[in-house]
Design a protein around this ligand. Structure first.
Ligand SMILES: [Ca+2]
Length: 274
């Protein structure tokens, strides 16, 4: 029988994720497009100040209507009505953001992939997201990352039952469990405002943590200790992701379409903050 521990008070869970290994500054997020715009990896922390992320992009260098250079449209399997563009009328900072017109149904998906590959074993991401339509009951994806330890299938951050969730494409497992109690431990994504979303994925121990507006979301936490309604099903198998790319967009597996904007995207080996 699985140990059942209270889920309403996540402070009872183990907090191993707070004790991350010393970041390996040889790992992380490395630029592969040496001819592209300057997104130099910065590995030194500014003491007491804002730490430059390994990679930060507010889309201000995108001068065309279609993402190019540092970001390119990348749709696996098929393409349909989904489209991606650089929006000069909506921005969190500067004058540009990435706009995703996400269609309903799998092939009407659209993703924009960073030309900077993910490497290493621990990944922190921070992005600002704004969208027009409340998350649907059906499953959707916002961020997809290829996992070479899962047959090249994606680790997906998105939504289901109107709340944010993680999904493992390889076995369709979700975090949290999509029970009413599990869903209640996640949060909705408000419409028509910019929300700061951060996450951590640790490939060495499989742990994951997610913050919205700087606040930990208990239902979106994999801490290595099975907890009913949260990560008990996720931990049914050993999970050690090896993420290799970073894609922002929209993918729907049932009913649901949305217009989504992304801005001020950063990926690093340590937490970036909002
Ligand atoms: Ca911008």
């Amino acid at each position: 029988m699985q140990r059942i521990r209270p889920t309403a008070h996540h402070s009872t869970r183990h907090h191993a994720a707070h004790h991350d290994p010393t970041p390996d500054h040889s790992a992380g997020y490395h630029h592969h497009d040496h001819d592209g715009p300057a997104h130099h990896a910065v590995h030194h922390h500014a003491p007491g100040g804002v730490r430059p992320a390994d990679h930060l992009d507010g889309f201000e260098a995108q001068t065309g209507g279609t993402p190019a250079g540092a970001w390119n449209v990348s749709n696996r399997d098929c393409s349909g009505t989904g489209s991606a563009s650089i929006d000069t009328s909506v921005a969190r900072t500067g004058s540009r953001s990435l706009r995703i017109n996400g269609g309903e149904g799998y092939c009407n998906h659209v993703f924009v992939k960073s030309s900077t590959a993910l490497t290493g074993t621990i990944w922190y991401a921070r992005f600002y997201i704004r969208h027009a339509t409340a998350l649907p009951a059906a499953h959707i994806t916002l961020v997809a990352m290829r996992d070479t330890n899962d047959g090249g299938r994606d680790l997906r951050m998105g939504g289901q039952n109107t709340k944010l969730q993680w999904n493992r494409e390889g076995d369709d497992q979700t975090l949290p469990v999509q029970s009413p109690a599990g869903v209640a431990l996640s949060v909705a994504l408000p419409t028509n405002v910019w929300s700061c979303v951060e996450f951590m994925v640790n490939g060495a121990n499989g742990q994951m943590q997610t913050w919205v507006g700087g606040t930990d979301v208990p239902g979106l936490r994999e801490d290595g200790v099975p907890t009913q309604d949260i990560d008990q099903q996720w931990l049914n198998r050993t999970y050690r992701p090896a993420l290799t790319d970073f894609r922002l967009g929209w993918e729907s597996y049932g009913v649901g379409l949305d217009t989504v904007w992304y801005d001020d995207v950063a990926v690093s080996t340590t937490r970036i903050g909002c």
